[in-house]
Design a protein around this ligand. Sequence first.
Ligand SMILES: *Cc1c(COP(=O)(O)O)cnc(C)c1O
Length: 471
Amino acid sequence: MTPDEFRGHAHSLVEWMAMYLENVEKYPVKSGVKPREIFNKIPSSPPAGPEPFENFMHDLEEIIMPGITHWQSPGFFAYFPANSSPPSVLAEMITATLGAQCMNWETSPAAAELEEKMMIWLREMTGLPSTLEGVIQDSASGATLAAIITAREKVTGFAVNNDGAGSAGRLRVYCSGQAHSSVDKAVKICGIGKKNLVKVAVRDDFSMDPAALQKAIEEDKKNGFIPCCVVATIGTTGTTAVDPIRAIGEICNKSDIWLHVDAAMAGTALILPEFRWMIDGKEYIDSFLFNPHKWMFTNFDCTAFFIKDAAALIKTFEILPEYLKTRTRGIVNDYRDWGIPLGRRFRALKLWSVIRSYGTEGLQKKIREHIDFAARLKEMILREADFEILAPVVINVVCFRYCPAGINENGLNDLNEKLNHYLNDTGRLYLSHTMINGKYTLRMVTGQTNVTFNHVEKAWELIKESARGLI
Ligand SMILES: *Cc1c(COP(=O)(O)O)cnc(C)c1O
């Protein structure tokens, strides 16, 4: 492709992108294709010679688009949002064009220094302590793994990195039964083992019970285990429950246990002063993550990871082969030593673009709106006697079910599962589910970039009508 051909295709592509964003509501939110449908439409061998870009665009429309689930649709209420926004997309085009590898300061000084500054901006915006240093990671899963590995090294005097897992002793990690599965994955792959992940009981609001944590740690110590790390969650995936950071932090502090906080989705709410109660006890936090790629309008991937003892993180991950030696070592941040991958994309650019485009106040306004939508949806649900709310509405997630009289628990589970599939098959909205105390629960997340209250109201009308039509 010549530079001139590139220019032409890029112009029409931008037109395609703008049209897509304008028309995103016209697509079925959840793709309805069957397994292998897309796979079988793609030739089994690559073309031997060059093909015009027009062919590629043609197949994008014909083959790929039907197999896309539209996360940027305001009818997307499932899981947690994976929000993009126009300023994020624009910056991402630049990142792809520059194609810079940002592993060391030297391999793109602007990337390293903008990343350092953006993490300071985010720390200020969220009210996190200035003693934490930040770095962008690929995912919450990757950041939690990095935190637990660093905690493991710290508690073992950096023995495992050197001598292998056998030298670790019997390490234990703690999280609530509502924590994200990325914690299970992290203990599996870092050599601590799933058997040594203690799932602490939760209170009625699904947040971790600190008394149960305290007891579990004491028992473990008596039995010769070494408590290594507690993972607290701010905004659990099921119900957005918030673990009590201060009470947990005091326990960790007494026993010298690493406190890692996973605020993947809900961390964005910290840009609202009225939600800073969620990090009461923040002085105890050893590491903290949240995903601007979920609720802060910055397209995947962008996890903001903050850590108190950055030196321990670097000591855990650093490598220095001859070919990576630079003259600026020690003076600047070489982010390759702050996590698992060596190669790193220029991700700070889209954060800069998003934050400048909205401004702090613009971001606050949108986040407040989303939270308000959830509160109003809850009120609408409470007004219907044949529906019930199944968990406190803390932020932007409403957990509910259809519960007409005269149907037993099994029947209600079947009915709500049927309702969930029925709704998603309409293509007009997309909801996902969780199980709460054995009850099949519909989750509606009002956090998509473009969602308005009108979308929420219309979705609720459809849910009500569909539910009542099912029996
Ligand atoms: C989404 C989520 C994760 C996983 O996020 P990734 O960035 O996809 O790894 C972890 N923890 C919580 C609480 C989440 O909501």
